[in-house]
Write a new protein. Sequence first.
Length: 60
Amino acid sequence: MSFEDRLAEFRRQLISGAIYSRLPGKNEETLAMISVYRFGAPLAKIEAKRWLQKVMEGVG
């Protein structure tokens, strides 16, 4: 499964509430980083991907 496919599934679960962080603002921060990965400048996408991979590993 590609990173984009895993990210799409992670985003779907985050929005549906299947994945939920009790840390204030963490869910919003994660959604913001997904947007940076999808629409950001190339260097921002690289940093967002690294950040998201760490978060996804911690949840999965």
